[in-house]
Design a binder for this molecule. Structure first.
Ligand SMILES: C[S@@+](CC[C@H](N)C(=O)[O-])C[C@H]1O[C@@H](n2cnc3c(N)ncnc32)[C@H](O)[C@@H]1O
Length: 525
């Protein structure tokens, strides 16, 4: 639970004070009344930040009380705006009058100013310890100069003129596929890492990556790295970052936080601190527009906070063509990554005997026709303040010039379910490639393959998701037989939920990945 209080120092009496909650004020450990240390965690949870910001109508102080895990009902039981004294640049402000709380005897306020600064000199950060009942909370007082630092403005500092670190998020196991795609796009400094590939570029490269990467799930801008062992320093460092490059004032923000081996652990509070810093930097108090939400990914590792801005928005596998998902569909970027893993060349035949919603065939056709997978969709970067419409249009025109709809091998999509096949065809229509695919309604055992062998890729039903185990086991026995006979000369890639299912044929290579949350394997020649 978080409550924020705002003091208007010019006013008297707590009716002039708005309560607001602000997580950025955690500083140091608390002490109990006898001066003993509380558990570090608890102390961090119960904290308070008093900050002072310049305001037109006179100085406005913000009191920030963070109150988590309900360990202390501070915000609930105390009209806290009346119970704290604040060290400010011009002395002590106490308010409202003593005894204004609902239980005047229950709390004791004591202010210390360890920095020893007088009012006149306290124009930079200073600290105070505030005693509230059994709690002593260390407080950082931030003055307006700290809080209204000039930040780089979106229009001036955009990546147009600056090479930045970018990161393509990729399903684990397919990093090399994505690295090869980036290489083909002419990107620089490509380094595969676990779960993605880093590279560098400016806006052009960022737009190209979103438009063209087939295997990636997102493209991130590595925005900042700040060392922070406490919330005030996280706030102070984050407020200086050029958020305006990527976020419109008032835009909705969503933070996704992970923390490992770091003092700051609480994802919710980290997110709140960063959001406050971003809003402060942008000059707005809270989200205002109902438009696109901007995702910010935050990873704390050994007290270093890595902040990335998502440039993609909806995950990149959402190409925009699959309105009919069918049952247990494969993500489009996974399908594309599997085709690349099987080294399918568009001049070769490609067959999917279990096409479902048509993902493999559509991805193959997009690749064969050189259609960018992101041609039909929007991206988060289109909502950034420095979005370069002209550049984006230019990239689309260049892409359209490179389309070619002939010269590829046959792409055959089959399924025994006629309804499913109709769905797949509707999806392919939306993707603009239905005419590049041959559609066949057939039982896998009855499917006739093109005479020239190529790549056969199969995502058969998984017992746990679609069918009963006995029928699945029977189906895989049939596949075993097909692999050794009619499909023998084809380069095969079969998604296998359980290695025990295929007992005779086993691909020479095996790759583990997750599909729809299930661990599966791709067995391939
Ligand atoms: C797991 S789904 C395939 C999903 C597909 N990869 C996609 O992305 O939508 C399996 C498909 O195989 C089809 N199927 C199941 N048994 C079959 C069989 N014996 N012969 C042909 N198709 C079959 C089902 O109708 C279903 O559409």
């Amino acid at each position: 639970m978080v409550v924020v209080a705002e003091f208007n120092r010019a006013g008297r009496g707590h009716r002039n004070f708005d309560l607001v909650l602000d997580p950025a004020g955690v500083e140091g450990a608390g002490k109990n009344e006898q001066g003993g240390n509380q558990q570090g965690d608890e102390a961090l949870h119960e904290s308070l930040l008093v900050s002072m910001c310049g305001g037109r109508a006179g100085p406005v102080m913000k009191i920030v009380a963070v109150h988590l895990e309900n360990r202390i009902n501070f915000a609930k039981s105390v009209p806290c705006q009346g119970r704290v004294a604040i060290v400010t640049g011009s002395g002590f402000a106490e308010g409202p009058e003593a005894g204004a709380g609902d239980d005047p005897g229950a709390f004791r306020e004591m202010i210390q100013n360890p920095s020893g600064r007088s009012a006149a000199t306290a124009d930079c950060r200073s600290r105070a310890v505030i005693w509230l009942g059994v709690w002593s909370l260390r407080v950082t007082v931030l003055h307006s100069r700290d809080l209204s630092l000039p930040v780089e403005n979106g229009k001036d500092a955009v990546m147009k003129n600056r090479q930045v670190d970018l990161f393509a998020v990729v399903p684990p196991g397919f990093e090399q596929v994505c690295a090869a795609e980036l290489l083909a796009l002419g990107m620089a400094d490509i380094v595969p890492e676990a779960g993605g590939v880093s590279f560098t570029g400016k806006l052009r490269e960022l737009y190209l990556a979103n438009l063209w990467l087939r295997s990636a799930g997102r493209v991130l801008v590595r925005f900042a790295e700040v060392q922070a062992r406490d919330f005030p320093s996280l706030f102070r460092k984050a407020v200086r970052l050029p958020w305006g490059e990527f976020i419109r004032p008032g835009q909705r923000l969503r933070f996704r936080v992970s923390s490992r081996g770091s003092r700051l652990q609480h994802g919710g509070r980290i997110a709140e601190t960063l959001e406050m810093a971003a809003r402060q930097a942008l000059g707005v108090r809270q989200e205002e527009d109902g438009g696109e939400e901007q995702l910010v990914l935050v990873r704390l590792e050994k007290d270093c906070c890595f902040i990335s801005i998502d440039s993609s928005g909806a995950l990149l596998h959402r190409r925009g063509y699959r309105v009919e998902p069918g049952a247990a569909p494969l993500r489009e970027n996974l399908a594309a990554a599997i085709l690349a893993t099987l080294a399918w060349r568009s001049s070769e035949p490609m067959v999917d005997p279990f096409c479902g919603s048509g993902t493999f065939a559509i991805e193959a056709a997009l690749l064969a026709a050189n259609i960018p997978p992101g041609r039909q969709r929007d991206f988060a970067f289109m909502h950034w303040p420095g979005f370069r419409h002209g550049l984006w249009k230019l990239l689309l025109v260049e892409a359209d010039r490179g389309l070619h709809r002939d010269g590829h091998g046959p792409i055959l999509a089959a399924d025994r379910d006629a309804g499913m096949l109709a769905m797949a065809r509707a999806n392919a229509d939306l993707a603009g490639v239905a005419d590049l695919i041959e559609w066949r309604c057939a039982e896998v055992m009855d499917l006739r393959l093109p005479s020239r062998p190529g790549v056969l890729v199969a995502n058969p039903p998984y017992g746990s998701r679609l069918e009963q185990p006995e029928s699945v086991a029977r189906l895989y026995r049939q596949l075993d037989a097909l692999c050794l006979t009619e499909w023998r000369d084809w380069r095969k890639g079969i998604i296998v939920p359980d290695p025990a299912l295929l007992q005779q044929w086993s691909g020479r290579k095996k790759l583990r990945f997750r599909n729809g949350g299930l661990p599966v394997r791709l067995w391939f020649d």
